[in-house]
Design a protein around this ligand. Structure first.
Ligand SMILES: Nc1ncnc2c1ncn2[C@@H]1O[C@H](COP(=O)(O)OP(=O)(O)O)[C@@H](O)[C@H]1O
Ligand SMILES: [Mg+2]
Length: 329
């Protein structure tokens, strides 16, 4: 339903080009949860902002296309509307406390949001719809809560209100960018539960963005693994979990701490080295410097995405990549 084709985003810094997203293509189907996972700085939020048409020239240069039901979005390069005014997308940000104007009541947020689609909506009707939405996301005493200001709510409650606003905007795809990262663990689980319950009931699509592969694989139907501004692997969540192909994904999975088991530090698997520098991307595979399976060819060019349903970007074959303890080269 939503198709992203060869999305690139560069930022022009004084005298330098920062390549944040380097040609990313993916689809989000109806009623599907797509997980976008990757370490901090891999380009996840920049991708989300491109879908929401938030990047502004001349600092940001965006290319590629975004199609909704086969129709290309009017312009990727020139956007004038603030995030929540996006026609197709609802948006939930990482820091709920920073996503609200401190001077607006919660009711005012709903009113402005409803006015995007229906400029003539009365305050009374807006209030009624806001109350229903707040009920749906589990906010008690919604009439009273509507008169409150953002600072009077906890992070978890603000995140619920953001979800209600996104639902009210009637976007078909909810973009949730690290929606639980700023919250306490117990609240995180509640927010994830809420998103899954609402999705089951209302059947929207979700782009669920997180640095946490464990969380993403629990939530998503399909996973995109992003690294250094590129998608390194994409496939069904169970498939990626069970049979990761890219060495990067394999390493990420190894470093997951299994719930309930606190490993002693010496048993914890970590990926050594640092992610690539987007100001000076190497010509080869972005994971090459840290890859346990690297060989000379990997430095030469970015490997193409291979495969059909389960896509992976690596010069090695599936057989080489899945061979037990294989150290290829
Ligand atoms: N407005 C901006 N101007 C310049 N560089 C940016 C901007 N936004 C993000 N970047 C850079 O783009 C890269 C990808 O960032 P981001 O998408 O936020 O990563 P993440 O995967 O953690 O969400 C990072 O190197 C970041 O510093
Ligand atoms: Mg981010």
């Amino acid at each position: 339903m939503i198709e992203v084709k060869d999305l690139r985003v560069d930022f022009w810094l004084p005298g330098k080009r920062l390549q944040a997203v380097r040609g990313v293509s993916f689809e989000i189907g109806d009623d599907e949860i797509v997980g976008l996972v990757g370490e901090s700085g891999s380009g996840k939020s920049v991708t989300a902002a491109a879908l929401l048409q938030l990047h502004r020239p001349p600092q940001a240069a965006v290319s590629g296309s975004i199609l909704t039901d086969g129709v290309e979005s009017s312009s990727l390069k020139l956007s004038r509307l603030p995030a929540y005014r996006s026609e197709h997308f609802g948006y939930i940000a990482q820091e709920p406390s920073q996503s609200f104007d401190p001077l607006y009541t919660i009711e005012r947020n709903f009113l402005e949001m409803f006015r995007i689609k229906n400029p003539k909506i009365s305050k009374k009707e807006a209030r009624m719809r806001a109350v229903a939405l707040l009920n749906e996301v589990g906010i008690a005493r919604p009439e009273e809560r509507l008169r409150g200001f953002p600072h009077q709510f906890s992070g978890g409650m603000l995140q619920r209100i953001m979800i209600a606003l996104a639902l009210g905007g009637e976007g078909r795809v909810l973009i949730a960018d690290e929606p639980t990262t700023a919250l306490d663990v117990t609240v995180q689980a509640q927010i994830v539960r809420l998103l899954l319950d609402l999705k089951k009931k209302r059947h929207f699509s979700v782009l669920f963005i997180s640095h946490d592969l464990e969380l993403v694989s629990a939530v998503a139907d399909r996973i995109l693994v992003m690294y250094g501004g590129l998608i390194l692997e994409a496939g069904r969540a169970e498939e990626i979990r069970r049979r990761p192909l890219c060495p990067y994904t394999q390493e990420l999975l190894k470093s997951i701490l299994h719930p309930g088991i606190i490993k002693k530090t010496e048993e914890c698997h970590t990926i050594t080295g640092t992610p690539p520098d987007p100001l000076n991307p190497e010509p080869g595979c972005p994971f090459e410097p840290r890859c346990p399976k690297r060989f000379a060819e990997c430095k030469k060019a970015v490997p193409p995405l291979k495969g059909s349903n389960h896509l992976y970007r690596c010069l090695l074959s599936e057989t080489q990549l899945t061979a037990e303890g294989a150290d290829c080269g």
